[in-house]
Design a protein around this ligand. Structure first.
Ligand SMILES: *Cc1c(COP(=O)(O)O)cnc(C)c1O
Length: 394
């Protein structure tokens, strides 16, 4: 059976989450905005309870707004375009945005869009482990570097190489410069500790399907006093910040998934780190593989591993692997184009193609890790035999 080891692309919706959603599809179908009868009020109460669950689970500051969106992509768009538009219309003179080269496309492409519309963009480099240097951020925040910065966007954890950003250390720098901190938490929420208020996060994006919840739902948490302009106009739901009839079952599912993910987070992280270490030890024994991102430890997601097979034909490698294991060759969203994250680490196009990203998850077993190691051993043998003779010994 195919071993699913691609939990950074998406996670299965947990059966308990499916059960929590069940009544809200059928019997309890009322529109939470129709406040004149009991079923609608019950739906509205379910939405409020879900928002409270997110608020509490993410340790948001009191008065923070929970805005439900279709996912992290939409949350990032709302956060960054919303901040930019609010600054333009309120006469706030800040016109610079700062982020990092290794961000997800759902941040980078939004920032590039804003760059085409008059905002200046600075993308900070990463080191060999995928880490941002706080001194580079400090320098970019200097108004002398091109004007005052409106916002800084840094992902909490990287979806390809698992690097965990030192957010609590970065926020004071951002705030000292009068800027706001947006965090794409899609790969972090429910997986590693994250505290919105204590860490000084002003806007936090998350996604249901990355934490064993349903697809098509996410949220943006906005700290009190942060001005965000809506990017949709309509019926005034969610304080007008993101109008549209609320998908009650998905919202109930998101909250249930977060609650469950936070409840088993520590135990899951310990268990998956041990399996990840077993995988990495076995892969090292095969030889010829380079680790991408930080070594297993506190700077890396416990369930992530990314390795590059130098000199191996990546297309062939993945053709062989796909019979045994579901893994990614980089970002699932990049549709064949070489990963910008691996490029930033100095990997060539060919090396990026010969990269295997493992994402372990709640259902991953030691047997699946053994299966992955056998699949890698076989695939590396075969892909190596058929590729150029210039390849190093394995
Ligand atoms: C998956 C992912 C997204 C996009 O989330 P969707 O909910 O699928 O839109 C954004 N950022 C990161 C880091 C991700 O891993």
């Amino acid at each position: 059976m195919l071993a699913y080891l691609d939990h950074h692309a998406t996670t299965p919706c947990d059966p308990a989450v499916v059960a929590a959603m069940a009544p809200w599809w059928g019997e309890q179908f009322a529109n939470p905005a129709s406040r004149l009868y009991r079923p609608a009020l019950e739906a509205a109460a379910a939405i409020e309870a879900a928002a409270a669950e997110l608020h509490q689970g993410l340790a948001a500051p009191s008065g923070a707004q929970v805005v439900f969106t279709s996912g992290a992509t939409e949350a990032n768009n709302l956060a960054l375009k919303g901040l930019a538009e609010a600054a333009l219309s309120s006469g706030n003179p800040r016109r610079r945005l700062v982020s990092v080269v290794s961000e997800h496309h759902a941040v980078l492409d939004v920032l590039r869009y804003l760059e085409r519309h008059g905002f200046a963009l600075t993308l900070l480099p990463i080191d060999a482990q995928g880490l941002l240097n706080p001194a580079d951020l400090q320098a970019a925040l200097d108004p002398g570097a091109g004007g005052p910065v409106l916002a800084v966007s840094v992902m909490a954890a990287n979806n390809e190489i698992g690097t965990i950003a030192p957010l609590a250390q970065l926020a004071p720098l951002v705030h000292a410069a009068g800027a706001l901190l947006h965090v794409d938490g899609a790969q972090a929420v429910g997986h590693i500790p994250l505290a919105m208020e204590a860490w000084g996060i002003d806007l936090l994006s998350l996604s249901g399907h990355k934490l064993y919840g349903p697809k098509g739902i996410g949220a943006l948490l906005v700290a009190p006093g942060v001005q965000v302009a809506p990017q949709l106009q309509g019926g005034g739901q969610q304080g007008g910040l993101r109008p549209g009839t609320l998908p009650v079952p998905l919202i109930v599912g998101l909250a249930a998934a977060l609650k469950q993910a936070l409840a088993d987070r520590e135990g899951r992280a310990l268990r998956l780190a041990a399996l990840r270490d077993q995988l990495w030890t076995g892969l090292q024994a095969l030889g010829g593989l380079t680790l991408n991102g930080p070594p297993p430890g506190p700077q890396r997601l416990p369930h992530n591993l990314s390795v590059t097979a130098g000199g191996v034909d990546g297309t062939r490698l993945h053709q062989l692997l796909r019979r045994q294991i579901a893994v990614s060759s980089g970002s699932a969203c990049s549709q064949g184009s070489a990963s910008h994250v691996l490029a930033a680490l100095g990997r060539t196009r060919a090396e990026a193609a010969a990269t295997v990203r493992f994402g372990l998850g709640r259902s991953t077993t030691a047997q699946q890790v053994e299966q992955a190691l056998r699949a890698m051993a076989d695939a590396l043998d075969q892909a190596s035999n058929r590729s150029a003779a210039s390849r190093p010994e394995r």
